[in-house]
Design a protein around this ligand. Structure first.
Ligand code: TRP
Length: 361
């Protein structure tokens, strides 16, 4: 059997360059290479509600924003099934059975959840739904027999828990689930796209992100305000490229043909860096180049987004069809689960036969 790929995002905000470089770009590449039996992309709205239960309007709105971002980067509903987590009731059902296979102390050990609890000040009043979201995430993956889960490093503990749950279920009830593995982005830099302020991570909460939906003017303004080398005061001063976000972004996005087109006095990024380090090269010149490089990537995305913003019915329809398909797959698998657990009573004449034997001899 070929690979079944599944991945997803919480709809808590629009997607930014960090998401793009860390995962979206790779999803589109995988989609187009087509080396799989099936590829799912899930909008994890139920998971998003575990720490936004008091703000459902935020999740509701961002469901569409995330769908728009997906379609604008080139995810193709003809090739991948895009679906909405909350619409697959089998996921909730499976989560309930999985909860029996997980201890409280195991849940409390998940390092990603631990740091999220701190971040959200949940220490003194932890919603149970939040603590168990990795179990629900295991269901997301295992219900669809996904063996490949492309995610960021922070999701590794979720995959580990999913494998444990699969193993434990299979041991008790018989072989039903496949143990999935995480596939991390290979480019080291892609794993952590820094914010425009120089903070280690691009994030909505830090207001340091460049969004896929940003206008050309937004992008320009953000790049112009980017953190560089604070000691590079005069053009002639030698500059640092390490930790200089303009160069971090150029590392990720620029190639030699960009130089040929927009900055032909340099052959490549190494030459540009060398000049910056020597002194005599200003930040503004580098930033203007970066804007052109980013625009090459972002302009087609923006154009596609504009189309779908004007055709929201199509977006809705894509999500609805994808969810229907996922539900039908999920229902097949859940039947298998219930049969393995012996709780598919009404499809199981053996139960009556067993009890008959007990009473009627
Ligand atoms: N926890 C993931 C995140 O925060 C989102 C997610 C939910 C997910 N279910 C998933 C990712 C299943 C991969 C597979 O990004």
């Amino acid at each position: 059997m070929g690979d079944i790929i599944l991945t997803g995002d919480r709809p808590t905000g629009r997607l930014h360059l960090g998401h793009y470089v860390g995962s979206l770009k790779n999803r589109v590449k995988m989609q187009n290479e087509g080396n799989f039996d099936k590829m799912y992309v899930m909008i994890a709205d139920s998971q998003a509600l575990t720490d936004n239960f008091d703000n459902p309007a935020k999740i509701r709105e961002n469901l569409i924003e995330v769908a728009l971002d997906y379609l604008s980067v080139g995810l193709d509903p003809e090739k991948v099934t895009i679906f909405v987590q909350s619409q697959i009731e089998q996921l909730t059902e499976l989560t309930f059975y999985y909860l029996n296979l997980v201890t409280l102390s195991r849940l409390e050990r998940n390092p990603t959840v631990k740091s999220e609890i701190k971040l959200r000040n949940f220490e003194t009043s932890l919603p149970a739904g939040f603590l168990i979201y990795p179990v629900s995430q295991a269901a997301d993956i295992l219900l669809f027999d996904a063996n490949i889960v492309p995610v960021g490093e922070d999701q590794e503990p979720m995959l580990e828990q999913a494998r444990e749950i699969a193993r434990s279920f299979n041991n008790i009830y018989g072989q039903v689930f496949i143990e999935p593995k995480a596939v991390l982005p290979d480019q080291k830099i892609a794993r952590r796209m820094p914010g425009i302020d120089g903070a280690a991570k691009m994030s909505k909460s830090l207001s340091n992100a460049i969004y896929l939906a940003d206008t050309k003017a937004d992008v320009k303004k953000k790049v112009m305000s980017m953190y560089t080398d604070p000691d590079h005061i005069n053009i002639d001063d030698p500059g640092k490229v390490e930790g200089n976000i303009v160069f971090t972004y150029l590392d990720v996005f620029s190639n030699d043909s960009h130089f040929e087109k927009y900055l032909p006095e340099y052959k490549n990024l190494d030459e540009l860096k060398a000049h910056y380090q020597r002194g005599g090269l200003g930040d503004v010149k580098c930033k203007k180049f970066l804007i052109k490089v980013l625009e090459e990537e972002l302009a087609p995305i923006r154009e596609k987004r504009a189309y779908y913003e004007q055709h929201l019915d199509e977006v809705f329809d894509i999500l609805k069809k994808g969810s229907e398909e996922a539900r039908s797959k999920g229902s097949e698998k859940l039947n298998q689960v219930k049969a393995a657990m012996g709780i598919d009573y009404f499809n199981d004449r053996k139960l009556i036969a067993e009890i008959e034997k007990k009473y009627q001899g």
